[in-house]
Ligand binder design. Structure first.
Ligand SMILES: Cc1cc2nc3c(=O)[nH]c(=O)nc-3n(C[C@H](O)[C@H](O)[C@H](O)COP(=O)(O)OP(=O)(O)OC[C@H]3O[C@@H](n4cnc5c(N)ncnc54)[C@H](O)[C@@H]3O)c2cc1C
Length: 464
């Protein structure tokens, strides 16, 4: 009798990776909790196989074979996810997009670029730059993540305040659905043709299918921008300044406000201790940046903002993607994570206070701080960083679970968004009813059941 691996090998040839190291390397993402488990002595897991098809047709065959054998499938891009969206068991296969890479087509007339779903983000952006274009999507993980992963997690880049999040950039996409069919969305700049089915895939975190190709609406590279910085006596005053900028209709690509603790960490040479630094980058068509910077200066000054040297922003640009790995922190006995949420302007100051207070009350927590990095007309995100030094290794996992739980509880209590851009994965799955409501979770479950009645596509993720 032919086995699963015989069937997969017949389709994939060298695209079937069976070496143990290759399987272990692709078994998980960058979830801090997975790293804690390994530090605490749990063995690394190797899935049965890694399937790396070269196109949607091959991916569809692989999905059909796995369905026939009733084998769980775990889609994986760059593995930079931080919520446990990739965590393969020994009886599962990983569906890797690593061989579906590169620029498939570029129309400079239409500003449309189609990439293989597994294309590395920085490679994609660099290819656009060669044509004088930019995607304008700069997640901190741009060098670690893939275009398909951005779509699957509804990612946000550092320039989102002007250029939008990934859902604002996706023009069309191709996906192999969990039932093995291949979905192509219509190529059109806008449609009034029923619900936008692309949105079902955006944020689906591998539970409904694999995104195999993505067409992004790209843009011309702007002129070099204007960098600006102001510091405020408190966080709420800085939030109010961003709100004022957004209300007037200005759209700085970067508008980031750090609380006192984080400001001192990043900008101590540019402001007094305790103040909160707000940095801006303005860019756009000729003339816009200077105009926007002048308006921003007035709005910040009217709210107590004190101008700082623009070198403060240069410092941020130089270090913006440098972060320690979980492993480096765990070796020093530090259990840490970042937690991003979102709320309307009127709730943000309270949300900041409540979440920081809840985090600081957790035994072992030594630091809890936050910043805001993605602004909208009606609200913004908050991005918390928490670090704990538990008494001993046995308490690492429980401490991690507790600080996540209190942050989610404080956010849900205010009825605002529990996940701004990292997604849900496993870490936030049980907070989905707070986010979608019971009816919303029911609708998601119905869609999942229709496409994947046996629950084989990324089980355990997203859907409670
Ligand atoms: C240092 C660091 C900084 C980060 N900064 C940001 C940031 O600024 N903004 C931000 O939004 N995120 C950020 N992240 C989180 C992460 O990079 C994003 O979620 C990213 O979009 C994940 O892409 P990936 O290709 O690595 O996906 P993976 O980690 O491989 O997978 C993530 C999830 O998506 C699914 N998936 C992946 N590819 C596909 C596909 N082609 N089709 C269907 N499902 C798929 C997986 O099953 C999983 O559920 C950061 C992470 C790190 C480690």
């Amino acid at each position: 009798m032919k086995t699963l691996l015989d069937d997969l090998s017949a389709v994939l040839g060298a695209g079937l990776l069976l070496d143990e190291d290759q399987r272990v390397e692709r078994a998980r993402d960058t979830w801090s909790r997975s790293q804690i488990a390994i530090t605490a002595g749990e063995p690394e897991v190797a899935p049965m196989a890694v399937c790396a098809p070269v196109n949607a047709a091959e991916m569809a065959e692989v999905v059909s074979i796995c369905r026939a054998h009733k084998v769980p499938m775990i889609p994986r891009g760059g593995g930079s996810g931080v919520c446990g969206g990739v965590l393969a068991s020994t009886d599962a296969v990983v569906l890797s997009t690593e061989h579906m890479t590169g620029l498939v087509s570029l129309s400079t007339d239409d500003l449309l670029a189609t990439f293989g779903g597994g294309t590395n983000g920085f490679v994609a952006e660099t290819m656009m730059a060669e044509s004088g274009l930019t995607i304008g999507h700069w997640p901190q993980s741009i060098e670690l993540s893939t275009v398909g992963g951005w779509v699957a997690t509804r990612a946000s880049g550092q320039y989102s305040t002007a250029y939008g999040n990934i859902e604002d950039m996706v023009y069309s996409l191709e996906a192999v659905l969990a039932d093995g069919s291949v979905y192509h969305s219509r190529d059109t700049p806008r449609a009034s043709a029923g619900p936008d089915l692309r949105q079902l895939l955006m944020g689906s975190e591998g539970t409904l299918g694999v995104v195999t190709e993505v067409t992004l609406s790209v843009r011309e590279q702007p002129e070099p921008g204007v960098r600006q910085a102001f510091h405020f006596a408190d966080f709420a005053a800085g939030l109010d300044a961003i709100r004022a900028v957004m209300r007037q209709g200005w759209r700085p690509p970067v508008a980031r406000l750090y609380d006192g603790r984080e400001s001192w960490r990043h900008f101590r040479d540019h402001m007094p201790k305790g103040n909160c630094m707000l940095i801006f980058l303005h860019e756009g068509p000729p003339g816009l940046a200077a105009l926007q910077a002048a308006a921003t200066e007035g709005l910040c000054g009217a709210r107590g903002g004190v101008a700082a040297e623009s070198e403060a922003v240069d410092t941020w640009f130089e270090h913006r993607n440098a972060v320690p790995t979980w492993d480096e922190l765990l070796k020093q006995g530090i259990v840490s994570d970042t937690i991003e949420v979102a709320a309307p302007w009127s709730v943000l100051p309270r949300l900041y206070d409540d979440v920081v207070a809840a985090l600081k009350a957790v035994p072992g927590v030594v630091a809890a701080s936050g910043h805001s990095s993605h602004a909208y007309r009606s609200g913004a995100n908050l991005y918390f960083t928490v670090a704990a030094i538990p008494e001993d290794l046995q308490r690492y996992g429980a401490t991690y679970d507790t600080f996540w739980n209190v942050a989610m509880k404080a956010t849900a209590a205010l009825g605002v968004g529990v996940a701004h851009h990292h997604g849900i994965g496993r870490v936030r799955r049980d907070w989905m009813p707070s986010e979608l409501g019971e009816a919303g979770v029911g609708m998601l479950r119905s869609v999942k059941r229709a496409l994947d009645p046996e629950g084989l596509m990324n089980p355990g993720v997203l859907i409670p």
